[in-house]
Design a protein around this ligand. Structure first.
Ligand SMILES: Nc1ncnc2c1ncn2[C@@H]1O[C@H](COP(=O)(O)OP(=O)(O)OP(=O)(O)O)[C@@H](O)[C@H]1O
Ligand SMILES: [Mg+2]
Length: 260
C-alpha cells in the first residue's frame, strides 16, 4: 500500500547541510498499522511529510497504492501534534472542513460527520466552538476531521503528545478501535513505547543523523489490546524492552577516562 524506495532527504541550513533521512526502504501493507519511533531530530516528521506529499525527497520515491506521491492527496489524511481547529467554526463545521476544501457535497457528509463525533464520544457537541472544549476533545475533533474523507492512508505525527497521560491512554484506545473498524493503513509517529506496542503491527526504529532504519520490531499481539492486565503481558514486556534497548543504545555517550 505504502512503498518507500531509497528515500533520502537533506536540508540546506545556514550551518551547512543536514542529512535528515538516508536510504529509507519500507513497505506497509494495506490496513497495517506501523509506528515510527526514534530520538528527537532523527527525521520522523520529515518522513511523514514526504509520504503526505508535503515535502519532496532529495532522492528515492514514495508510492501509495501504486502511484507516486507528488502532492497532498484526498486519500491520504494527516493528523498533527496540535489539533489546529479553526476557532470561529463549530465542531461540526471543523469536521466538515475537508468536504468544503475538496468541493464535495456537504449534505452527503453531514451524517457521517455526526456519526464520527458520536464514535469518539462527542455526540451533542456539534455546535460548540473549539475553545469550549478540552485539549483532548479538540484532538478528537481533529481526528474526526481527518477521517471524514474516508482516507485509505492515515499519517499521524505525535497526535497525542500534547495531552495528559490519562487522556492520551484513552485516545490511543479509541484510535485502536477506529483502526480495527476502518482499517486505514496507518503510519504513526510517537515517542511513547507503550503507545507503539499498544497500537502497532510493526515498530520502525529510526537512528539519528542521518535518519536510517535501525530495526523493525514485530508486535505479534492479538487485538483488541489493552494497557491493563492481560494474557499477553509477556509479549508486551518483550517488545517494550527491545524498543527501550534500541532507543537507549544511541543515548550512550562515551565517558572520557583521561580527564584530569
Ligand atoms: N525545513 C527544514 N530546514 C532545515 N532543517 C530541517 C528542516 N526540517 C527538518 N530539519 C532537520 O532535519 C532533521 C530531522 O527533523 P525532523 O523534524 O524530521 O525530526 P523528528 O524526528 O520529527 O524530531 P522530533 O522528535 O523532535 O519531532 C533535524 O536535524 C532537523 O533540524
Ligand atoms: Mg517531529
Amino acid at each position: 500500500m505504502i512503498r518507500l524506495e531509497q528515500v533520502s532527504r537533506t536540508f540546506q541550513g545556514r550551518r551547512g547541510t543536514v542529512e535528515a533521512l538516508r536510504g529509507i526502504d519500507l513497505d506497509v501493507r494495506e490496513g497495517e498499522f506501523v509506528a515510527i519511533v526514534g530520538r528527537s531530530g532523527c527525521g520522523k516528521s520529515t518522513l511523514l511529510r514526504i509520504v503526505a506529499g508535503l515535502l519532496e525527497p532529495s532522492a528515492g520515491r514514495v508510492m501509495v497504492d501504486g502511484t507516486p506521491v507528488t502532492r497532498p492527496r484526498r486519500d491520504i489524511a494527516m493528523v498533527f501534534q496540535r489539533p489546529a481547529l479553526l476557532p470561529w467554526r463549530s465542531v461540526l463545521d471543523n469536521v466538515l472542513l475537508p468536504v468544503e476544501m475538496f468541493g464535495w457535497k456537504r449534505s452527503a457528509h453531514r451524517d457521517r460527520a455526526i456519526a464520527l463525533l458520536e464514535m469518539v464520544g462527542l455526540g451533542g457537541f456539534e455546535k460548540r466552538l473549539p475553545h469550549e472544549l478540552s485539549g483532548g476533545m479538540q484532538q478528537r475533533v481533529s481526528l474526526c476531521r481527518s477521517l471524514i474523507g474516508q482516507p485509505r492512508v492515515m499519517l499521524m505525527d505525535e497526535p497525542f503528545s500534547a495531552l495528559d497521560a490519562l487522556t492520551r491512554e484513552e485516545l490511543s484506545g479509541e484510535l485502536q478501535r477506529i483502526h480495527m473498524e476502518l482499517e486505514a493503513t496507518t503510519l504513526f509517529v510517537t515517542h511513547s513505547i507503550d503507545e507503539a506496542v499498544l497500537l502497532a503491527d510493526r515498530v520502525v526504529v529510526l537512528s539519528p543523523r542521518p535518519g536510517r532504519i535501525q530495526r523493525v520490531v514485530d508486535v505479534n499481539i492479538p487485538r483488541p489490546r489493552t494497557l491493563g492486565r492481560n494474557e499477553h503481558q509477556e509479549e508486551v514486556a518483550r517488545c517494550s524492552a527491545e524498543l527501550h534497548e534500541l532507543l537507549m543504545a544511541k543515548a550512550a555517550v562515551p565517558v572520557p577516562t583521561d580527564v584530569t
